[in-house]
Design a protein. Structure first.
Ligand code: COA
Length: 337
């Protein structure tokens, strides 16, 4: 990248960080433009200055990776940084350049490819432009901050031990118990993990692969061996009926750059068996989880849900989560308009 462009990148990154803070305090305070597969695309504003930059990145996920369950095997992502409050014209320019770039790349018209862009959920100025280029909103990254008032003075450090005592909680006389999951629960937890993948696959947010079940089982085995536990089962009369599973902070780093700094975890699974839904099991699991996370000093919890999953958005909203990013996609990658 020539030095002139690098200066421009730094300046735009700072401007974008400031703009993001104006629309959502839980977005990162500073934007980064990563190295792309070519020099950045540049959108020129009305005053002749660069109004935005974008980098194209390619990811080829091998069949043996569980990540192939969470999207297409071949992913072409645009990381766009736009300085003006009204992003529409500059975004249109960048998406047009990206479309022409993708059209010239081998393999972008093949099955199992997608062109993708993560867009701040509250940056509504870009939505009609994204739609016009054929992109569809597929996933949402939602966020909960443990201390919702960012300007408030920091509270005293939490006691790290308190809610561990709540690793067994009976939520009433209805026979519902929330407890930490362990290795002895491998079959039940794997089945509930697959349950949410099957459900998300209905909305295009997951793709069930031949290896998915085996890979989920292997990953679950490793996760359940960890102590303290980060997965909890809801049991009714001794039968598992629901699961919440969180990746600890050190395993959540792949996504923590999507929000501001602090101790951040990723909530990977939330599932209640169909016959038990609407009866308070999900809320009981999340209440328990939040007590533990607050006690472990977690500031921020991130999760994904499928944009058109009719159960997840209202549920997560009731639990204190709001949309932070929207994942827009077009499959096949060369179908970008
Ligand atoms: C999402 C899910 C975990 C919710 O669990 P649940 O046990 O049905 O939820 P609860 O009964 O505890 O509901 C908790 C609150 O959310 C509300 N809620 C739950 N689902 C809702 C819906 N579809 N529409 C409106 N409100 C809903 C409840 O009314 C309740 O609010 P209240 O406290 O004011 O009464 C469950 O529906 C599920 O497993 N869905 C399939 C998998 C899935 O979508 N997982 C999430 C993917 S990220």
């Amino acid at each position: 990248m020539p030095w002139v462009v690098r200066d421009t990148v730094d300046e735009i990154n700072r401007a974008v960080g400031r703009r993001w803070q104006g629309i959502d305090r839980l977005l990162p305070p500073r934007a980064e433009l990563p190295e792309g597969c070519t020099a950045p695309f540049v959108a020129t504003g009305a005053n002749g200055r660069p109004a935005g930059l974008a980098a194209c990145r390619h990811e080829h996920v091998p069949p043996g990776a569980l990540n192939q369950t969470w999207g297409t095997a071949h992913r072409f992502s645009l990381i766009a940084r736009l300085r003006e409050a009204d992003t529409s014209a500059a975004l249109d320019d960048l998406l047009g350049q990206w479309r022409d770039h993708l059209a010239g790349l081998p393999g972008t018209g093949a099955d199992d490819t997608a062109a993708m862009i993560s867009w701040p959920a509250r940056d509504v100025s870009g939505v009609t432009t994204l739609l016009r280029h054929g992109l569809q909103p597929i996933t949402v990254i939602a966020v909960r901050h443990a201390r919702p008032e960012p300007a408030a003075p920091e509270p005293a450090a939490p006691e790290a031990t308190a809610p561990e005592a709540a690793s067994h909680v009976t939520t009433g006389g209805d026979g519902l118990v929330i407890r930490a999951a362990g290795l002895a629960d491998l079959d039940a937890v794997t089945e509930l993990e697959i349950g949410v993948i099957r459900y998300d696959a209905l909305f295009g947010a997951a793709i069930l692969r031949p290896a998915t079940e085996e890979l989920v089982r292997a990953e679950t085995r490793a996760a359940l061996a960890a102590r303290p536990a980060w997965a909890w089962l809801a049991e009714r009369d001794g039968e598992p009926v629901g699961l919440v599973h969180v990746q600890p902070p050190e395993q959540s780093r792949w996504i923590t750059g999507m929000t501001r700094s602090g101790v951040t975890v990723y909530l990977q699974t939330m599932f209640v068996r169909p016959a038990e839904r609407g009866g308070g099991v999900g809320a009981a699991l999340v209440r328990h989880l939040h007590a533990v996370l607050d006690a472990r000093g977690v500031d921020t919890t991130l999760l994904h849900y499928a944009q058109v999953n009719p159960l997840s958005a209202p549920f997560w909203s009731r639990m204190g989560y709001g949309p932070l990013w929207t994942g827009w996609e077009v499959r096949l990658a060369a179908s970008l308009r």
